[in-house]
Design a protein around this ligand. Structure first.
Ligand code: SF4
Length: 147
């Protein structure tokens, strides 16, 4: 079934979040927004779920944008992909970036540079970040059974 494509105004109404706030989340790198060929942004139901999660992290858990970024930077993308030891040794995400990998894409090497992060397990799994403990357990399982 094709995913719905929502405009920012509809997202704003459904989540009761100002359009400018949604744009700010994009500018800050928390969400990667899809665009049509003509450059118009559109949002999927998955994006709504993630935006809702961001709101909960801020309102219920008291995190700010920087805190969420640091939380997301804990995701071990090198395990999820997985990357070789050689790639890890040269990768800023592995070496301790305080931003999630998709925000430092221009510094990365290999296929990460050209990959569509919206389709990547690393980005998509981040959307469960209200449950950090469960998330890290999940990654331990992925480590043992790489995708
Ligand atoms: S493809 Fe993007 S989200 Fe996936 S590991 Fe690489 S930089 Fe991160």
């Amino acid at each position: 079934m094709e995913d719905k494509k929502l405009k920012i105004g509809e997202v704003s109404r459904r989540l009761d979040v100002a359009v400018e706030t949604i744009r700010m989340y994009e500018r800050e790198g928390l969400i990667i927004v899809a665009k049509t060929k003509s450059g118009q942004r559109f949002y999927s139901e998955d994006d709504l779920h993630w935006l809702n999660c961001i709101r909960r992290l801020i309102k219920e858990q008291g995190l700010n944008i920087e805190g969420i970024r640091r939380l997301l930077s804990l995701i071990p993308c090198w395990q999820i992909k997985p990357c070789s030891q050689k790639d890890r040794a040269e990768c800023p995400a592995f070496k301790g970036s305080i931003k999630p990998c998709w925000m430092i894409k221009s510094d990365l090497k290999g296929d990460c540079r050209s990959s569509d992060c919206r389709q990547c397990h690393v980005y998509l799994n981040a959307h469960e970040c209200t449950n950090l403990k469960g998330l890290l357990q999940k990654y331990t399982q992925i480590k043992n059974n790489p995708v």
